[in-house]
Every structure is written in structure tokens, then in C-alpha cells.
Design a protein around this ligand. Structure first.
Ligand SMILES: Cc1cc2nc3c(=O)[nH]c(=O)nc-3n(C[C@H](O)[C@H](O)[C@H](O)COP(=O)(O)OP(=O)(O)OC[C@H]3O[C@@H](n4cnc5c(N)ncnc54)[C@H](O)[C@@H]3O)c2cc1C
Length: 201
């Protein structure tokens, strides 16, 4: 968050990201109007969403404090749409010497952390396919890569989409009660397990 001044000191960079489904923009009112290119306006909007979507608790207060600190970051805070691309939803094209890999062909929600992994696999599969290269068959090599990539990456795009929608849509009152009860139960069981390990074994 701060420019490096002394190379002997350790410095850390932190990224602060808030993601919510754009369908929640439908509830846009005077309170939620945002200037996408103005840090203060975006930060106020994030804080409004946190207050509206999260229960009152210590964690919510911590998140609000963190976003207050964002006023002091060296990079301006901006709001941008996260757009995914499902390669299977694109009209088929004729393979040629030009091909695509990584986010350019299968940008996906970052929630599962699969984007870079898929890009690295693309590079691997493409280079394997090109091992069979000859001036006559280069289109076939590219096609072999594209067929594999489209199927594999599409599955990751859809998996990431499903988990994103599951994780970030508000769960409603009953969902909230069920989720919190389950978390409290898990917490209780972990304490019991710790107690047994520390006092019996
Ligand atoms: C918030 C967030 C968290 C993420 N977390 C994870 C994670 O935990 N694990 C994971 O695997 N993935 C994660 N991802 C996804 C990951 O960052 C991407 O999938 C990955 O960076 C894609 O690599 P890429 O090379 O295809 O594209 P990029 O990394 O976007 O590289 C494209 C490059 O091209 C440059 N460029 C663009 N236009 C031009 C031009 N006209 N001329 C020259 N250069 C140009 C860009 O500046 C950029 O450097 C995350 C993404 C986001 C947004």
C-alpha cells in the first residue's frame, strides 16, 4: 500500500476487492448511486453494500474499517464489471495460425482461483500440440489445442460461476439462520476435539 523507500525493509502489497452480483444494482437508489471512477464514491458504495448485506457483528465492523483505510491507498479505487467468457458460448471459428489462451478466451470469476491455472494448462497443451508441427499441419495442431481448451476451460468457467452465485448472493433470513447454526456447530465440535486432544491424549 506504500511506495518502497528502503530495500532493507520488508514491504507488503494488499489488494482489496469487493464483488457482488450486478443484479443487486437493480435496487439502485439515491443511496447506491456510484461514480465508478471516483474513489470516495466507490468506497461509500462498498460500505453501503456491506452494511446492507452483512449482519451486524465484529467482522462487519472490521470490514468497514478496512474500507475506510482504502482512502489512503496509492492506487485509486475503481468499480469495474467482472466479465466472464464461456468459450463454449462463442460461435465456432476456423482454426488458423492465430489462437487465444488465458483470460482472452476464458475469463472467469476469480472465486475458485482457477484462471491462472487454466492459462498455464493452455500453454502446456498448446506447446504439446505444436510438438507435432509441420508446415502442412499447423492448423490441425492449433485445432487439437482449441478442442481440448474449449471443453476444459468452459467447465472451469461454469464451476466458478456456480460457486460465485452460491457464495455471494444474499442467503435470506432462513438461510442466514441455517448457515450460522452450522458454523456454530462446527466451531463447537472443533473445541470439543481440541479439548479431547489436549486433556485426554
Ligand atoms: C481479483 C482477482 C483474483 C484472482 N485470483 C486468482 C487466483 O487466486 N488464482 C488463479 O489461478 N487466478 C486468479 N485470478 C485470475 C488470473 O489473474 C487470470 O486468470 C490470469 O492473470 C490470466 O492470465 P492471462 O495471461 O491470460 O491474462 P493477463 O494476466 O490479464 O495478461 C494480459 C496482459 O496483456 C496486457 N495487454 C492487454 N492489452 C494489451 C495490448 N493492447 N498491448 C500489449 N499488452 C496488452 C495486459 O496489460 C496484461 O499484462 C484472479 C483474478 C482477479 C481479477
Amino acid at each position: 500500500m506504500h511506495p518502497e523507500t528502503n530495500s532493507d525493509e520488508l514491504h507488503y502489497r494488499a489488494s482489496l476487492v469487493y464483488i457482488y452480483p450486478t443484479k443487486l444494482d437493480n435496487i439502485e437508489s439515491e443511496k447506491t448511486k456510484v461514480d465508478d471512477n471516483d474513489s470516495a464514491s466507490v468506497i461509500e458504495h462498498v460500505k453501503y453494500m456491506i452494511r446492507s448485506l452483512r449482519p451486524e457483528c465484529e467482522m462487519t465492523e472490521v470490514l468497514l474499517e478496512l474500507w475506510d483505510l482504502a482512502h489512503e491507498t496509492t492506487h485509486p479505487i475503481r468499480r469495474r464489471k467482472l466479465q466472464e467468457i464461456n468459450p463454449l458460448s462463442i460461435n465456432s471459428w476456423t482454426s488458423s495460425r492465430v489462437t487465444l489462451l488465458g483470460d482472452a478466451i476464458h475469463a472467469m470469476s476469480p472465486l475458485m482461483g482457477l484462471g491462472t491455472n487454466e492459462a498455464i494448462q493452455d500453454a502446456d497443451v498448446l506447446s504439446q500440440a505444436l510438438l507435432n508441427y509441420s508446415p502442412e499441419n499447423h492448423n490441425a495442431c492449433i485445432k487439437e489445442y482449441e478442442n481440448e481448451m474449449i471443453k476444459r476451460a468452459s467447465a472451469s468457467v461454469l464451476k466458478s460461476r456456480a460457486i460465485t452465485l452460491k457464495e455471494i448472493l444474499p442467503v435470506g433470513y432462513f438461510g442466514f439462520v441455517i448457515r450460522n447454526s452450522a458454523l456454530k456447530f462446527i466451531n463447537f465440535m472443533l473445541k470439543v476435539q481440541n479439548f479431547i486432544v489436549n486433556n485426554i491424549f
